[in-house]
Design a binder for this molecule. Structure first.
Ligand SMILES: [Zn+2]
Ligand SMILES: [Zn+2]
Length: 436
């Protein structure tokens, strides 16, 4: 059947239950069938990534496996070790005609001692499936435009591989960025994450004998304790979404001396990058207070954190539509539009969302909400399961549906971009009004 120039393809493919009704959307139906045909090729790739966990910026095996796989796909150009990072890479598909530029991010890194306990193998699998399906439909329907699939290293910790890619200009002239992340609680494209920063603090005092001549000393530990208490007091005046954690990493040498040196770490999280800056200033005042009170000299090293993620509602709406059009919808349901899914974690996709429209879709993997959260050994185990792989393929299909809306629907990208501008303006004005 052909309607409006698009060929109808039945979604009943391998891996799908026989009594499953066909997908009612023509393009999604094609995407569905195409990704189902990729299933047997993608499974070993997903398993290889899961079985070979590598730390941030050391994703050499993943880099090689993914670039090799993409190189074997017709029409794709591969740039290995891209933008000055050994393990970053880009796969590009061009239609040959100018049009929208859509991009997908594939994370690859695992966790120290825990393997793929954040399921980044599934993120890569979903991004590869989405990219290949988008390219296939572009080819079949002669759609203008370009696809970029980025291999983005170092998301865990404060690595910020995507920030480095942004700074190197990788996303210049890219219209949208799509990514997903597995978890156990949510299926949602309306994901907000927190902004965070890490402040490493030191105090330099002056050593003296604590019994004999303490007046000759300057107590660095006292400075740190004053800062600790000042920050604890500050917590009463913070906003509900602000989080401040403190640890003392060096509390002085011995009790019978005035401490010449003390150190600690403060980690702060906030609902937005703007709010984070305000919170950081307040915390830094508390740190200065310790120095002023004792005469010690303070040193503050701010480790660049990640921005909060601002989901693009127009893209997210498209994602929700295609998620619900595919059969066998897994729970929990995608929440209604306007209901933001707060994930109290941070990602460098947040920084991307401040530069271009982004969706960072959460997807729940079996067995479900009462089991191990990401960064637990149980999550590492289930991230390598066939069931989790199935969910990643579903996400890949849905992300392709969204990218194809950008590539084929007149005016859609304009709507996406004006929503992004409105979101950025709203954040500015809410911040100015002290609301976030
Ligand atoms: Zn993680
Ligand atoms: Zn992660």
């Amino acid at each position: 059947m052909e309607v409006d120039g698009f060929v109808f393809v039945n979604g009943n493919e391998q891996g799908r239950k026989n009594d499953t009704p066909p997908v009612s959307d023509r393009i999604l139906s094609e995407v569905d069938a195409f990704v189902e045909r990729l299933r047997d090729t993608l499974w070993p790739l997903n398993r290889f990534l899961h079985e070979n966990p590598e730390l941030a910026f050391e994703e050499y095996k993943a880099h090689d496996a993914l670039t090799k796989f993409m190189r074997s796909q017709e029409g794709w150009k591969i740039t290995p070790s891209a933008y000055g990072m050994d393990t970053a890479w880009v796969a590009t598909y061009e239609s040959g005609r100018t049009g929208p530029v859509v991009s997908f991010n594939a994370e690859m890194d695992a966790l120290p001692n825990l393997g793929h306990a954040c399921g980044h193998n599934l993120i890569a699998t979903a991004a590869v499936a989405a990219s290949l399906a988008t390219a296939e439909i572009m080819k079949r329907h002669n759609l203008p435009g370009k696809i970029l699939l980025f291999g983005t290293p170092g998301e865990e910790g404060t690595g910020g591989g995507k920030i480095r890619l942004l700074e190197a200009g990788a996303y210049r002239n890219v219209d949208i960025s799509l990514i997903s992340h597995p978890g156990i609680l949510n299926n949602s494209p309306f994901v907000r994450t927190t902004a965070f920063a890490r402040l490493e603090i030191e105090y330099f005092g002056h050593a003296a004998h604590a019994a004999n001549s303490p007046w000759l000393g300057i107590n660095a530990l006292d400075a740190l304790v004053i800062a600790y208490n000042a920050i604890s007091t500050l917590r009463q005046q913070t906003m509900p979404s602000d989080v401040i954690g403190i640890s003392i990493t060096n509390g002085g040498a011995a009790p019978n001396i005035i401490h010449a040196y003390a150190a600690g770490v403060v980690v702060i999280r906030a609902a937005s990058s703007h709010r984070l800056k305000q919170l950081q200033e307040k915390v830094q005042s508390c740190i200065r207070a310790g120095a002023v009170a004792t005469g010690a000299r303070e040193g503050i090293k701010v480790i660049q954190g990640y921005a909060d993620h601002v989901p693009n509602r127009v893209l997210a709406r498209s994602y929700a539509k295609y998620w619900n059009l595919l059969p066998d919808i897994p729970g929990p349901s995608i929440p209604p539009e306007g209901q933001v899914t707060w994930v109290k974690a941070s990602t460098d996709q947040g920084n991307i969302s401040y530069v271009l429209p982004s969706v960072n879709a959460s997807f729940a993997i079996p067995p479900g909400p009462n089991r191990g959260q990401p960064h637990s050994p149980e999550f590492e185990k289930i991230s390598g399961s066939k069931n989790a792989f199935d969910r990643a393929l579903r996400v890949g299909k849905v992300l392709a549906g969204t990218a194809l809306d950008v590539l084929r629907k007149p005016g859609f990208l304009d709507d996406v971009k004006s929503q992004w501008r409105r979101d950025m303006e709203e954040i500015e004005s809410q911040t100015a009004a002290g609301l976030i």
